[in-house]
Design a protein around this ligand. Structure first.
Ligand SMILES: [Zn+2]
Length: 402
């Protein structure tokens, strides 16, 4: 390595080159030099190194611009993998993605609702190991696990700062403990931030700056600014489920009053359905039941099938979420909101149309540019997929080659 051009062989330089190849899907060495600002000699050396380690492959030739057509490069999708885990009160989703972020395996099972962490973690670890085995993925090629769950959380320490789903989870070091059980690095992240980032990394959204509303058993938000998740001071920002929509509203567990989640979230919709004339009974709902998302799905399914009473409740939830979307678009001057998470999946068409109408009617910057609301390409799996691609981003940005 004594003759390395400046920058070649350094982990960060490799990360820049890998990320450019990933984003372009296929790209020539010359184009890599142009886009990175690195010299052609540096690019040649870094690409050689990446090819020697099987991370990048040549895939034929591009169009000629006068001379010899350039050789095109792309990532070798099978070179590395990442695991994404969504831990929710009512559901857990595990995905394995390849180096390009493509999902190669998935499993889902009932959540950790009332399970203590010491029982939940071995279960999660055994499911991760089983999924890697089924997919035939060699553990040596797994960069790590992205664990997406609700907040607040101490992301750097991998510790939860919430009493949900039970008091035993408060200050529980979920990431280090899961890492110890699995023998793989584990990154903790906010489910909504992970879902938001996944859309960008998978190339599903065109703008590099946009917002994401995430709804599972609770409501969260994420904003991506110029291709990076907006982190704020502690990665607990854009907590859009906990903005006040009724200043005289009741106290929320978060410490605030009249929070959006208390009016628009799955639990609120179930409560309203119980209060509506016969709807709760008709759909067999139990407001004290543990499976909040399962019960919410029944209301959303009825609404999508045209049940007028159920539709009114989902539309009311959607209008409140529209207020959240308007808050996001006006604060950050966004032109795109992505709806992600399992609780948007069933009645997605109703939520999308109502929320889009609200942002188009009420956002401060609406006369300056068009406003759009779209549903996530990863749907219910958005946070798990996002967790996995956050691992890819983090590991590839500073890749050590053995
Ligand atoms: Zn709150």
């Amino acid at each position: 390595m004594a003759t390395s051009p400046i920058g070649a062989g350094r982990p960060k330089t490799r990360g820049i080159v890998l990320n450019l190849i990933r984003a372009a899907r296929t790209i020539s060495r010359i184009e890599l030099a142009t886009r990175s600002g690195l010299t052609p000699a540096t690019i040649t050396q870094v690409v050689r190194e990446l090819m020697e380690h099987g991370l990048v492959v040549e895939v034929g030739r591009g169009a000629s611009t006068g001379g010899k057509p350039p050789t095109l490069l792309q990532l070798n999708p099978l070179a590395r993998y990442a695991v994404g885990v969504l831990v929710e009160r009512n559901t857990c989703v595990i995905v394995v993605v390849d180096l390009t972020g493509r999902q190669v395996a998935r499993t889902a099972f009932p959540g950790t609702a009332l399970m203590p962490p010491d029982q939940a973690l071995p279960l999660l670890a055994s499911r991760v190991n089983a999924l890697l085995g089924t997919a035939g993925v060699d553990r040596d090629r797994v960069l790590g696990v992205g664990l997406a769950t609700y907040g607040p959380q101490d992301r750097r320490a991998g510790v939860l700062l919430t009493h949900a789903p039970t008091a035993e989870w408060f200050e529980y070091p979920i990431a280090p403990r899961l890492s110890a059980v699995l023998g793989l690095p584990v990154l903790l992240d906010n489910d909504a931030a992970a879902a938001a980032f996944g859309e960008h990394w998978l190339g599903a959204v065109e703008p590099r700056t946009y917002g994401c509303l995430y709804m599972a058993s609770g409501i969260g938000g994420g904003v991506v600014v110029d291709g990076e998740v907006y982190r704020g001071r502690s990665s607990n920002g854009v907590a859009i489920g906990h903005i006040t929509v009724d200043p005289d509203g009741r106290a929320c567990d978060c410490g605030n009053y009249g929070c959006l989640e208390l009016y628009a979230g799955p639990h609120a919709v179930i409560e309203y359905a119980m209060a509506a004339d016969g709807l709760g009974q008709r759909l067999g709902l139990d407001p004290a039941g543990v499976d909040v998302m399962g019960q919410f799905r029944r209301v959303a399914t009825a609404a999508s099938a045209g049940d007028p009473a159920a539709k009114r409740l989902i539309e009311r939830s959607a209008r409140h979420l529209g207020t959240a979307a308007v808050t996001m678009t006006s604060l950050f001057d966004l032109d795109l909101i992505v709806l992600a998470g399992p609780s948007f999946a069933v009645a997605a068409a109703i939520y999308q149309s109502v929320i889009e109408a609200e942002v188009q009617r009420r956002t401060f910057s609406r006369r300056a540019h068009p406003m759009r609301v779209v549903t996530s390409v990863s749907g219910s799996d958005a946070a798990a997929v996002g967790g996995a691609v956050l691992v890819l981003q983090s590991e590839l940005a500073c890749l050590e080659l053995g």
